[in-house]
Design a protein around this ligand. Structure first.
Ligand SMILES: [Zn+2]
Ligand SMILES: [Zn+2]
Length: 277
């Protein structure tokens, strides 16, 4: 049976709600799934509060994907099997979400300065339940208003580094994310190492107390996968993988179940939550 340890929902920039993700995962016949929204555990908290986590026919692993930065490189750090009510974790999540809000209003301010008329509510309608508001939401609002014809154009004309409405993103350092995840009892995993863009930096990052590395990923070719398997073995790390599913029609994979890993890779991260009486 297949599993998928890298899935986004509407609580960050995914298009499917956590409930819809569960339905799609069941339909795809997945055994283990991890919800790994950007800088938030709200999706899992939502499922828990709806009585859908733990689930009867699906093994759900609580997760997160932190956006971090070191030496100008974007480094994503996944966390699995963590306590979604850990106070320190939640405090940092709040801080990151507040920084996203500040950045969001700065982006809209810059757009207004160059005569692009888009309001907070235009973007908030798109963002829905997500507190993890980002450029993707602004881009979608620009498309919806007909200001640009595609998400790509929104980034290329306005939102990208070097463009008139670019505002840098406050990011934590990778070691901070690793410590937060460890502190919440979880396992930190280096996400899609190929996208870090420099294997020497990957090796350097792995001197931090990571527990795993994301070996299986849609944008890793066979050679990359083999190389990261070797690196995982050399560092004694668990191997993980997933589809990085966002539910976006133009982004591969468009459906859950197309990119999967074997259950054995997911099993170590699954501990059924204690049921409170
Ligand atoms: Zn990522
Ligand atoms: Zn992701």
């Amino acid at each position: 049976m297949p599993s998928d340890l890298h899935i986004h929902t509407t609580f960050s920039d995914g298009r499917l709600s956590p409930e819809e993700v569960l339905d799609a995962a069941k339909e795809a016949g997945l055994t283990y799934i991890a919800i790994t929204d950007h800088d938030t555990v709200d999706g899992i908290r939502h499922l828990y509060e709806q009585g859908l986590y733990p689930a009867k026919t699906l093994c759900i692993i609580p997760g997160i994907e932190f956006s971090t930065e070191v030496d100008g490189h974007d480094v994503h750090v996944l966390g699995y099997d963590l306590d979604i009510y850990n106070q320190e974790l939640l405090d940092k999540i709040t801080e990151l979400s507040e920084a996203r809000w500040t950045r969001f209003s700065q982006i809209l301010g810059k757009l207004a300065d160059i005569g692009v008329d888009i309001s907070e509510s235009d973007v908030l309608q798109i963002a829905g339940v997500s507190h993890s508001i980002g450029r993707a939401h602004v881009a979608r609002a620009l498309v919806k208003k007909g200001i640009v014809s595609s998400i790509r154009e929104a980034f290329d004309s306005f939102l990208q580094h070097g463009c008139p409405a670019y505002v840098p993103h406050y990011k934590i350092q990778p070691n901070e994310a690793v410590d937060l995840i460890r502190g919440a009892g979880g396992v930190p995993v280096l996400a899609h190492p190929k996208l870090v863009g420099d294997d020497r930096l990957v090796e350097h990052l792995l001197s931090m107390p990571f527990g795993g590395i994301e070996v299986f990923y849609p944008r890793h070719d066979e050679e990359d996968t083999a190389r990261y398997k070797d690196i995982a073995k050399a560092h004694g790390l668990l191997m993980t993988g997933g589809s990085d599913f966002h539910g976006v029609a133009t982004r591969f994979p468009e459906k859950l179940g197309i990119v999967t890993i074997e259950d054995d890779f997911a099993k170590p991260f699954f501990h059924p939550p204690k049921v409170l009486d």
